[in-house]
Ligand binder design. Structure first.
Ligand code: ZN
Length: 145
């Protein structure tokens, strides 16, 4: 757990670190990623510090997604190269989270931009239906447990 006082995004929200904003409201704030994958790469963050996805209330997350949808529309219209959009939220270090204040990446994409997902060895081998069912049962149990 990163303390709020040590969080670079909280510093941005407080105005004690610089940012290039594109949107703000009482619930969330959106600004340019300082190391964009493509021009227009935007981050949407909650105003209230939340280190991880589980620390966010559902309404705030839903609002962040709605704001992300508006930004995606703006990215498609603003003249930057943008043939598609990825939403990406890394929850935890193993998932690639690097700032521990939850943030939703809004990432403009275009053919040949060089970015992409790398699939693990064995990805081409599909699981059996029994394996899929066993995995689904574990998740269902966790949802209801
Ligand atoms: Zn923070």
């Amino acid at each position: 757990m990163v303390k709020k006082e040590e969080c670079v995004f909280c510093h941005i929200l407080a105005g004690t670190a610089p940012s290039s904003p594109v949107y703000d409201d009482p619930i969330c704030f959106a600004f340019m990623d300082i190391q964009p994958i493509n021009a227009g790469h935007t981050l949407v963050i909650p105003i209230k510090h939340a280190s991880y996805l589980a620390d966010l209330d559902g309404d705030t997350l839903a609002h962040m997604a709605k704001v992300g949808q508006r930004i995606a529309g703006a990215l498609r219209q603003c003249g930057l190269p943008c043939e598609g959009i990825n939403f990406f939220l890394a929850d935890g270090k193993a998932a690639g989270q690097d700032v521990f204040h939850t943030h939703l990446h809004i990432l403009p994409r275009f053919e040949g931009d060089g970015f992409g997902f790398r699939f693990p060895d064995g990805y081409a081998v599909l699981p059996t239906r029994d394996e899929l069912e066993a995995t689904a049962a574990r998740i269902r149990d966790a949802l209801t447990g």
